[in-house]
Design a protein around this ligand. Structure first.
Ligand code: SAH
Length: 325
């Protein structure tokens, strides 16, 4: 495993040096119409308190992020019908207008092509939509019959066609995952050639059908990060919060295995705990500034350089990296 990680690290260094890009994550709604069996904010979970951020709250989170130096805002949420396309466009264009040099990333699930086109026109340039698993049978064991892998994949290709920098990915150690399904996940990434790859361990969430399932392992997640890096040298790969949740230095180990992005939280502290995709999520008690500086310290300790540049994927448009902090 060490030699696998060393190889992945060398490739990452060739492409991105020692820089680790920061993205400010704003979790703006935990309402969701979907019922994914693994997810703590699934519609069927009646035990959790739901919240939505207003446009003003979102803009305030961006302002906090901007002061802290962030150049990317990631707006993530459940598939919340309250936020119509017009709503999302209002949010995206307001953020884009206030911060024209910043990247706006959306992560709000499956939408028709027309909606994606309008979000892109409004100023969103990146979209995260993990495929979750590239195996049909496996997909059917993790989602209700109303959801389909074919549609999810189609969304990813559509997003790419429109011009988004697209992020796919999957949970490692999700229930019913096998070496075969993992291989299919990697093959799918190879086919899609996404700009970003989101990988984190599955972690059980209370009051879900998978509440008693074991979590994905650190070792297996690191292995997948390294393989993703080797397969897609230019990809932006985050060391995820879930990785930090299963192991105290999980995110740092992720960077050592080839990851090159971190996504500290910018959501208001009051709602942090409520965006509970899984149990025992870390960093829910910290202010945005604490997360920002905690992460910087962790990164430096492992010999990497925190970077607040916009950090587009190599080979993808716009501004060149300039200033490391
Ligand atoms: N609604 C958006 C955002 C989903 S949340 C969408 O559909 O893309 C972001 C990611 O969190 C999901 O894609 C999933 O891979 C991950 N996630 C959900 N439940 C999880 C769990 N129990 N453990 C680990 N990761 C989880």
């Amino acid at each position: 495993m060490e030699s696998l990680f060393a190889q992945a690290r060398a490739i990452r260094e060739e492409q991105y040096g020692k820089e680790v890009f920061f993205r400010g994550l704003i979790e703006f709604t935990n309402f969701c119409k979907n019922d994914c069996f693994y997810c703590g904010v699934r519609a069927g979970n009646r035990q959790i308190e739901r919240y939505r951020l207003s446009l003003e709250q979102i803009l305030l989170a961006c302002k906090t992020g901007d002061v802290l130096g962030y150049k990317t805002f990631v707006l993530q949420g459940g598939e919340d019908p309250f936020f119509t396309d017009d709503h999302i466009i209002e949010i995206v264009s307001s953020v884009h207008k206030a911060y024209p040099d910043h990247a706006v990333t959306l992560s709000i699930g499956e939408k028709p092509r027309e909606s994606y086109e309008r979000f892109f026109a409004a100023g969103a340039s990146r979209y995260l939509l993990r495929h979750e698993t590239a195996n049909e049978e496996h997909y059917a064991k993790m989602h209700p019959a109303s959801m389909s892998l074919a549609y999810r994949k189609q969304c990813l290709f559509t997003l790419k066609e429109i011009g988004f920098q697209v992020g796919a990915g999957f949970m490692v150690g999700s229930p019913f995952q096998t070496p075969q399904t993992l291989l299919e996940d990697l093959r799918f990434l190879e086919e899609l050639q996404p700009a970003m790859v989101g990988l984190g361990p599955f972690i059980a969430a209370a009051n879900t059908p998978f509440a008693d399932k074991p979590s994905g392992s650190l070792a297996q997640t690191l292995r997948m990060i390294a393989l993703a890096r080797i397969l897609l040298p230019k990809a932006l790969i985050p060391a995820t919060t879930a990785l930090g949740t299963i192991s105290p230095e999980g995110r740092e180990r992720g960077l050592m295995a080839g990851a090159n992005v971190v996504m500290p939280n910018l959501s208001p502290k009051s709602v942090r705990k409520l965006y509970a995709l899984y149990d025992n999520k870390i960093c829910t008690g910290d202010e945005a500034a604490e997360c920002r500086f905690c992460m910087e310290g962790r990164i430096r300790k492992f010999g990497f350089t925190p970077s607040m540049v916009r950090g587009d994927a190599v080979g993808f448009s716009t501004k060149k990296p300039s200033r490391a902090i």
